[in-house]
Design a protein around this ligand. Structure first.
Ligand code: HEM
Length: 127
């Protein structure tokens, strides 16, 4: 099968399950939970919008919130290298949990790895 965009290859339903599984992992992670809100449903809603457009789908995030300016939006939070690795580990685990596999998983994870390291704004480690 061929798909016009990575968004279509993954599909809306699996992307939604992935983001929910991811924030469930974030909420339990000792390095991440302290900087996230206790209630993660609004964060997950925005992340579904963002990842939809990041993967080439409709511009849901920008339509509601304007330009993502992701690095700027993360500046209020101390993001160290170990927090970036923790974020990626929560995502890797979520991909296992929802059964996202193959080339599309590798492609998505590699892009997320670059973006996550770009978010680092604080030297040293979180511990
Ligand atoms: C929001 C942490 C990486 C996309 C947030 C928030 C935190 C956070 C604390 C605020 C949550 C809230 O108040 O609702 C981190 C950490 C990262 C990371 C520690 C480690 C590198 C990423 C990456 C992406 C991303 C790689 C995208 C691929 C977003 C989006 C939001 C967000 C779209 C919502 C922004 C908004 O409020 O409109 N992140 N993040 N983050 N993050 Fe990250």
């Amino acid at each position: 099968e061929s798909f016009a965009t990575p968004y279509e290859a993954i599909g809306k339903e699996l992307l939604s399950q992935l983001v929910d599984a991811f924030y469930s992992n974030v909420g339990k992670h000792p390095l991440l939970s302290p900087i996230f809100p206790d209630e993660l449903s609004e964060t997950a809603r925005k992340q579904k919008q963002f990842m939809t457009q990041y993967l080439g789908g409709p511009s849901l995030y920008t339509d509601e919130h304007g330009h993502p300016m992701l690095r700027a939006r993360h500046l209020p939070f101390p993001i160290t290298e170990d927090r970036a690795e923790a974020w990626l580990n929560c995502m890797d685990k979520a991909m296992d949990e929802v059964g996202l596999e193959g080339d599309i998983r590798s492609f998505f994870f590699e892009r997320l790895t670059l973006t996550a390291h770009h978010m680092v704004n604080t030297p040293g480690s979180a511990l």
